[in-house]
Design a protein around this ligand. Structure first.
Ligand code: ADP
Ligand code: MG
Length: 295
């Protein structure tokens, strides 16, 4: 009856929108001790709203800055990019990605592109460090306080602009974490975003997460997963943007928000076909029941 029980559990999980790639993963899911979440696009909606955008250089007006940023961001698939392009359009600036040369993505940091002869970096403190060779970026008070994601714009080694964006936690995120806790599972959030933004999300979740780690590069996320694995079976759930190494390091990598043709090439051990992370505690409960029936 073992294969039958496993088959039934896998089918039941699939019906609720969770593809578990085989009985082995079902068994690991039943034993999971730590669940780590990516922040942007996983715990949060990944639907950013630009709340501030300004030039900090007398030589560069806002329109030029918007033209640079929206044209370069137009080449990025990061959730922040769409919001910045949209923001440019709301100021009547159309992106011109065809004007961008030497585009580069620095995972967990930001992006680079050459436009109109200027080399422009856009991203967090790490990109500032890359552009200017130091991490001391001026902090503007009203940008700091709100727990927003902060972006810096550098032309070569000079800071020319600064912006901030806000994102909100998904409906059901707080409940998912509460349910995991009630199953005796420890929860963590791993993010490449700044500490204030990470703590802001943690507060929105009623401080329910056991661990919050911020300002991480993709390989830093993988290192932390490796440490969690010393404590027991660890699941990592992410949207695949800057968290592929962590998903691969975990005992179970859960990819979310995947559908259609992308399903075929997806490497996650478990695929969450919706954005509802409450399916995770549900699946763990299901896996435990199946495991109990098997033994
Ligand atoms: P998370 O770990 O929360 O999912 P990411 O790893 O996707 O966050 O990104 C980490 C940080 O890198 C972002 O908070 C942002 O500061 C910066 N970043 C990444 N991509 C971009 C981009 N296209 N434009 C500007 N900044 C970016
Ligand atoms: Mg992410």
């Amino acid at each position: 009856s073992t294969p039958v029980v496993t088959f039934c559990a896998l089918t039941k999980a699939a019906t609720s929108g969770l593809l578990v790639k085989g009985g082995d993963y079902l068994e690991i899911l039943a034993k999971v001790k730590v669940v780590a979440f990516d922040k942007t696009g996983t715990i949060t909606r990944g639907e950013f709203i630009v709340s501030d955008f300004q030039s900090v250089s007398e030589d560069i007006n806002l329109n030029t800055l918007l033209y640079w940023v929206s044209s370069i961001e137009n080449k990025s698939s990061h959730p922040m990019a769409a919001a910045l392009v949209e923001y440019g359009r709301s100021h009547s600036v159309e992106p011109k990605p065809e004007d961008v040369e030497d585009y580069q993505n620095f995972p967990g940091e930001g992006i680079y592109g050459k436009i109109g002869g200027e080399g422009i970096y856009i991203g967090n403190r790490k990109i500032a460090q890359r552009a200017a060779g130091c991490a001391t970026v001026p902090s503007i008070k009203r940008f700091k306080s709100k727990g927003n994601t902060i972006g810096y714009i550098y032309s070569g080694a000079s800071l020319v602009g600064i912006f901030s964006l806000s994102d909100a936690c998904r409906t059901g995120a707080a409940q998912a974490i509460k349910e995991l806790k009630s199953l005796g599972i420890r929860t963590a959030m791993l993010t490449g975003d700044n500490q204030a933004a990470a703590m802001h999300a943690q507060e929105q979740l009623g401080n329910a997460l056991d661990f919050v780690h911020s300002e991480l590069l993709p390989e830093d996320k993988a290192k932390i997963i490796h440490q969690f694995k010393q404590e027991g079976k660890t699941a990592m759930i992410g949207d695949g943007i800057n968290d592929a190494p962590a998903l691969a390091t975990a005992n179970i990598g859960i990819s979310m928000g995947i559908s259609g043709s992308a399903l075929a090439t997806e490497t996650g051990n478990v695929i969450l076909m919706s954005n509802d992370i409450r399916k995770i505690p549900e699946a763990i409960q299901l896996a435990r029941k199946a495991h109990w029936k098997v033994i």
